[in-house]
Design a binder for this molecule. Structure first.
Ligand code: SF4
Length: 418
């Protein structure tokens, strides 16, 4: 296993094997990717697909995932895309060592799981090479049992390495019944490890995971902004001490308002000298944290995958001045970010304000309107209608980041409809 290959070495190998590493994100995004093809289209002709560099065995560093005893790559593949038409792309991720694949029962209406399942059917020997995560949108045992069977079938596998309650917001979902169900599914061999994912109240839930003793792994929103938050740092520390594995997501720290181009340019300037893109620097900031085993990233085209793999492959760490630049940027653009802290919850009268901010984040920070609309439609309608209100001033006053919530919620309602 050659873990000593440098980023330059990776670039050289990639170049030799016909993979064009393009100079800018804009240019990279033109690389044909799975998301660009219709779901039922045939896989692209081999000539249009970059050739996998022969980097065998795994080139990406791995880390232990809490007390699970499993080592996973520091970069995981987010599965929120239609993987059915991305079979060669999946093979490529594995060739580059991105062997932790994430999905959920609801992603792409099940097509994400179906596509992984299609891959395993065609490449049965690869199943054992993949650390496979899926999630249940049902949070009580009967519904979870049904969804687990559906996921196993779609994924064409007899077991899921990590099964998560999807997107929990409070510890109410972590009941003794759920604990017992997870234990029985492990005993039956249907799942190997159990936990939850969250992008709300993360610090509180990480604390719960650390104290409960039966949560193996948490997939949590975490990014360079949240690493300035003392509560987040101490929750990560508690999880590390308790042996709870942490996988990070939403690593870019995007918010409902996109920071100004000037602010981004100032930040980018801090990394130009060492050749890191902004995304690479943000990934590296998370990889510096010892509690975070892996970062689950959306990589829906070859260019982005190359960029992130190169960052994982390159052992250079951020310097103090670079961390300072991220910290300054986080402070300067604080008013663009919803940290899902829940400080406004009591004033919202049940309106899904933080969820609406997350949908605007997909649209404004990630430029992913389809995902934004999908996420918004997944909010129960009776809750969405609570976003139609004229006066948000009391809620706005609760927000520590000073987000202009009235204006943003009106924007979400207008764009996505209730
Ligand atoms: S108080 Fe502000 S930062 Fe916290 S969840 Fe509400 S909108 Fe987001």
């Amino acid at each position: 296993m050659n873990h000593s290959l440098t980023r330059r070495g990776f670039l050289r190998i990639a170049g030799m094997s016909g993979v064009a590493l393009l100079g800018t994100r804009e240019a990279m995004s033109q690389t044909p990717g799975p998301a660009a093809r219709p779901a039922d289209a045939a896989p692209p002709a081999a000539v249009s697909v970059p050739v996998a560099p022969r980097l065998d065995p795994k080139p990406i560093p791995t880390r232990s995932l809490g007390r699970t005893g499993v080592n996973i790559p520091i970069l995981s593949l987010g599965g929120m895309f239609d993987t059915r038409s991305a079979q060669l792309y999946l093979r490529q991720t594995l060739a580059w060592g991105v062997s932790a694949w994430d999905t959920a029962d609801c992603y792409e209406n099940g097509n994400s799981e179906e596509g992984y399942g299609r891959y395993f059917q065609r490449n049965p020997d690869d199943r054992a090479k993949v650390f496979l995560t899926s999630k249940s949108d049902e949070h009580e045992p009967k519904g979870m049992a049904n969804l687990l069977q559906q996921s196993l079938k779609r994924l064409n596998t007899t077991y899921i390495d990590l099964y998560l309650l999807h997107g929990i917001k409070t510890a109410d979902a972590l009941t003794p019944e759920v604990r017992d169900w997870a234990k029985s599914m492990k005993a039956a061999g249907s799942i190997r490890h159990f936990g939850f994912s969250t992008h709300r109240n993360m610090e509180g839930l990480l604390g719960n995971a650390a104290s409960l003793g039966w949560i193996d792994v948490v997939l949590t929103s975490v990014n360079y902004r949240l690493l300035n938050n003392r509560k987040m740092l101490s929750a990560l520390d508690a999880c590390q001490k308790a042996g709870v594995g942490i996988i990070g997501m939403k690593f870019k720290g995007g918010g409902p308002i996109h920071p100004s181009p000037e602010a981004e340019e100032r930040l980018a300037a801090a990394f130009v000298g060492r050749g890191f893109t902004l995304d690479q620097a943000m990934l590296k900031a998370l990889w510096e944290h010892p509690a975070i085993a892996s970062v689950c990233a959306s990589m829906t085209n070859f260019g982005t995958m190359q960029e992130y793999v190169a960052a994982a492959f390159d052992r250079k760490t951020l310097e103090a001045g670079e961390f300072d630049a991220l910290r300054r940027h986080a402070l300067e653009t604080r008013g663009s970010f919803c940290q899902a802290c829940g400080a406004c919850d009591a004033a919202t009268q049940g309106a899904p304000v933080a969820d609406a901010m997350r949908c605007l984040m997909y649209e404004n920070a990630y430029g992913d309107g389809r995902r934004a609309r999908e996420a918004f439609r997944s909010i129960p309608q009776d809750l969405r209608t609570r976003l139609v209100r004229n006066d948000w001033s009391a809620v706005q006053r609760c927000c520590p980041n000073g987000l202009p919530l009235g204006q943003l919620i009106a924007d979400a309602v207008e764009r996505f409809g209730v």
